[in-house]
Ligand binder design. Structure first.
Ligand code: ATP
Ligand code: MG
Length: 424
């Protein structure tokens, strides 16, 4: 026997027992974003490497060590997309969707990051994201957050997720803060870890994002960005908090929330849960007013978020919040005898035409009644249909209730759809 080829580490198959959960979540997401007037956009999985370097930032986890980058046959450096916002902005600029317009867009699909695989963290994972372009005021930040809150409500997750909020201010405000932060970090150099020392000058805000618990105390005593906010950003943040309070959405201001990507300004937020262990961020986003211009377009304000679908599905599974799984088939059609076997496929086809939406599985491969009934049982169907040569000759079929204690029934083939519709 030849050796089996395995999937790549950190890249998962989604098996039939799990796809209904994904479909359920995807459908809820589509419904929710549609109810706010968002339209879907699709873009390629591979982009020029430069796109992510210029947007996410050179000194970030993603660009420094997580990207799947390779040379195309013609020598171009390409990257499997690690996130969607940069791609969305690239596509929006390229097709003239953004400048001087308002766009509410959503996307979904696989993303790729070369991280250490663990529960809730994979190398191919899936995001659902949305981006609102062309609106600078805080009401759209509030809308985006309220949309996510509505989603939690619809999925039954409201008690299990908490909103954390911060404002990164303008780039000038961040520059002033940066100086104060670097000065503080320099004073405590001896306590910093290797990552933080490296980032202290290149991207000091990212030091705040450190997940090293040994630094927690040091970092919580560090100067806070809130004290350096420019007037405009402070007013924007105040307005957002006011709108969220009016909407009854609870939040915590987390002054250390800086997000792992460089393009954010003003609002940043995360929805976190304590139910998933270390990988507790289910949804994350913020405002990125500078990115469109940074990627070659005309300055356009923007705000958005991305949520991790694996973490969302995992959370729903952990909390037992998924609807019960419907079996693949409702009706299982069996045939006994040569003529009946020949006719069975067309009987099933006619039934599908007469009962749109019904899930009808046709027994294939023959065998005796016992074998066919065993398959019918395994299919999960509630109704078994048996057609034999004699019945076929009389234009009849037997209806058998597989999960109920009800006597079987023989009905005219021409009446079958009506009988079954009545039974359902
Ligand atoms: P984390 O801090 O968990 O690494 P991040 O800040 O890198 O997250 P974003 O780039 O903001 O995450 O992505 C948005 C969301 O996508 C995350 O909140 C998370 O739910 C999900 N996500 C990110 N990376 C992964 C991954 N490797 N595997 C599964 N889901 C992920
Ligand atoms: Mg990450």
């Amino acid at each position: 026997m030849s050796k089996q080829i395995q999937a790549i580490r950190g890249m998962n198959d989604c098996l039939p027992q799990d796809t209904p959960a994904w479909q359920y979540v995807e459908q809820m997401l589509r419904q929710t974003v549609a109810s706010y007037g968002y339209s879907e956009i699709r873009f390629p999985i591979v982009e020029m490497t430069e796109l992510f370097k210029r947007s996410i930032g050179e000194v970030t986890d993603i660009v420094e060590k997580e990207m799947y980058t390779f040379a195309d046959r013609n020598g171009d450096s390409l990257t499997l997309r690690p996130e969607g916002t940069a791609c969305c902005v690239r596509a929006g600029n390229e097709h003239g969707l953004l400048y001087n317009q308002e766009q509410r867009l959503w996307y979904t699909g696989p993303m790729f990051r070369h991280e250490r695989p663990q529960k809730g963290r994979y190398r191919q994972f899936h995001q659902f994201g949305l981006e609102a372009f062309g609106i600078a005021s805080a009401d759209i930040d509030a809308e985006v957050i309220m949309l996510s809150a509505r989603l939690w409500q619809q999925l039954g997750l409201t008690p299990y997720v908490k909103l954390e909020l911060n404002s990164l201010g303008s780039s000038d405000a961040r520059a002033a803060y940066r100086e104060a932060l670097v000065a503080y970090l320099e004073q405590h150099k001896a306590q910093l870890d290797e990552d933080s020392l490296r980032r202290m000058y290149s991207n000091p805000l990212r030091v705040l994002d450190s997940k090293n618990p040994a630094l927690a105390q040091l970092l919580s005593a560090a100067p806070q960005l809130a004290d350096y906010l420019d007037e405009d950003s402070a007013a924007h943040f105040g307005r957002l908090k006011q709108l969220l309070t009016l909407a009854g959405i609870e939040y915590t201001v987390n002054p250390r929330l800086v997000r792992g990507l460089d393009y954010y300004n003003k609002t940043v937020f995360e929805w976190v849960t304590t139910e998933l262990g270390a990988q507790g961020t289910v949804c994350a986003g913020g405002r990125y007013d500078g990115l469109v211009e940074q990627l070659g377009g005309k300055a356009t304000p923007a705000v958005g978020f991305a949520l991790g679908l694996e973490r969302l599905v995992l959370l729903l599974q952990t909390l037992n919040l998924l609807p019960t799984l419907a079996p693949a088939a409702e009706i299982y059609l069996m045939a006994l005898g040569e003529q009946a076997e020949l006719a069975a496929l067309s009987v099933a086809e006619r039934l599908r035409a007469d009962m749109p939406g019904a899930r009808i599985m046709q027994h294939c491969g023959g065998g005796n009644l016992k074998k066919q009934m065993k398959r019918a049982d395994k299919s999960g169907a509630a109704i078994g249909l048996i057609i034999g040569d004699d019945e076929l000759a009389r234009g009849e079929i037997t209806v058998k209730w597989l999960r109920e204690d009800k006597p079987q029934q023989t009905v005219l083939l021409s009446e079958l759809a009506k009988t079954l519709a009545f039974a359902a």
